[in-house]
Design a protein around this ligand. Structure first.
Ligand SMILES: Nc1ncnc2c1ncn2[C@@H]1O[C@H](COP(=O)(O)OP(=O)(O)O)[C@@H](O)[C@H]1O
Ligand SMILES: [Mg+2]
Length: 365
């Protein structure tokens, strides 16, 4: 049975998740999982360059460093799984997004982490650069996971919504029976702004279990100001990233409300995540929401989100048989499979592309 290796690092820039997976009878079977954290100095350099601060040399070096780290994550996963690289059909590597600018006359999306290094060091055929073909066909290049959600999480009888809480939040709406089109888009920030503010004010990369936010109060005027950002009102297709929702965005708004305490800003950012998601959910009274991504580990966020989405049912993808931490890496393993089988990986109704496309570039072993 063919095995695939998915490699993912999202906008949170916390580290690389690697998963060894197969798809027997259209089911997901995980064989091994492995994560490595970015060294702190690399995380800082990635943050800088993603804010447009850096030279072409710096970008080139980071492309090499990140590629080496992705290769290392893959090699460790293969070794720990105790299998040979010959047993793996391909690696699907998302890379590390540095900038994502899907709008305007010169749209682009830039992921780094040289795939040549991954193929060379692991001896496994590597598929990467998944987003740009969709963009060339007029799409946003994102989100790409809805095609995977549709393939594995759709139900004949239940309306389902998959909610990914990474740095950015994205939803996939899977109507029961599959006879209505799937929709999916980025709703805005999930953890990105909370992480940025927490790092800036406390030096910690994220607010563990939302404990700091839980000490604060929602400041309604600040929340209203945040929610007036045009992104939340814009209809799909749409996608976003840290070039928009970043520390500067928070600082600009917090500055207008300088009376608000740091903890209250944190609590208000958590509320922004919740309200922006809740407002943009499809209107389907019987749907169940399945959450995934690192945000599901923020217990306070999950409790408040459940409250805001009530009476809708909310649980995690664990109830669909897939641990919430591994949904995105598995999706990129599956996208590599789609590419090598010459099948499309995008959903044009989600990304806005003019049609289905085979995604990615292949770096043969
Ligand atoms: N125990 C926790 N408490 C609060 N937040 C957490 C916890 N564990 C993970 N997170 C959040 O999840 C994020 C990582 O989620 P992930 O799904 O990897 O996002 P991305 O796809 O953007 O890399 C962290 O940056 C942090 O905000
Ligand atoms: Mg991550």
């Amino acid at each position: 049975m063919s095995k695939w290796l998915g490699l993912m690092s999202g906008t949170s820039m916390d580290g690389i998740d690697a998963v060894l997976v197969s798809f027997p009878d259209n089911r997901i079977q995980i064989h091994h999982t492995h994560s490595i954290a970015y060294p702190e100095d690399i995380r800082q350099r990635l943050t800088q360059i993603s804010q447009n601060q850096g030279t072409p040399d710096e970008l080139g070096e980071l492309d090499h460093i990140v590629g080496s780290l992705f290769a290392e994550a893959a090699s460790q996963a293969i070794e720990k799984a105790g299998i040979s690289s010959n047993d793996i059909s391909a690696i699907g590597s998302h890379g590390q997004t540095i900038r994502h600018q899907p709008r305007g006359n010169t749209p682009f999306s830039l992921q780094i982490g040289d795939p040549n290094l991954i193929a060379e060091k692991t001896g496994v055929t590597t598929v990467a650069d998944f987003r740009r073909r969709d963009m060339s066909a007029g799409g946003q290049g994102a989100p790409l996971v809805p095609a995977f959600h549709k393939a594995f999480f759709g139900s004949e009888t239940e309306d389902r919504c998959i909610l990914n809480l990474g740095g950015i939040a994205n939803i996939s709406w899977l109507p029961a029976g599959g006879n209505q089109p799937v929709t999916g888009f980025d709703t805005g920030p999930a953890n990105a702004l909370m992480d940025a503010w927490c790092q800036y004010r406390t030096g910690r990369p994220y607010d563990e279990d939302g404990r700091w936010a839980a000490e604060g109060m929602v400041h309604q005027e600040l929340l209203g100001d945040m929610l007036s950002d045009g992104y939340f009102m814009r209809p799909p297709p749409k996608s976003t990233g840290k070039e928009k929702f970043n520390l500067e965005w928070v600082k600009t708004l917090a500055h207008r409300h300088s009376e608000v305490s740091d903890a209250d800003v944190q609590r208000t950012l958590l509320e922004l995540t919740i309200v922006s998601i809740a407002r943009q959910l499809p209107h389907a009274p019987n749907m169940t929401i399945f959450a995934c991504g690192g945000g599901t580990r923020n217990t306070f966020l999950m409790r408040e989100l459940k409250r805001a989405c009530s009476p809708l049912m909310m649980t995690s993808t664990a109830d669909l048989g897939l641990d919430p931490q591994w949904v995105e890496p598995v999706a990129f393993g599956w996208l590599a499979k789609q590419t090598l089988e010459k099948r499309p990986g995008n959903l044009p109704e989600v990304t806005g592309a003019s049609g289905e496309r085979i995604l990615g570039a292949v770096y043969f072993a």
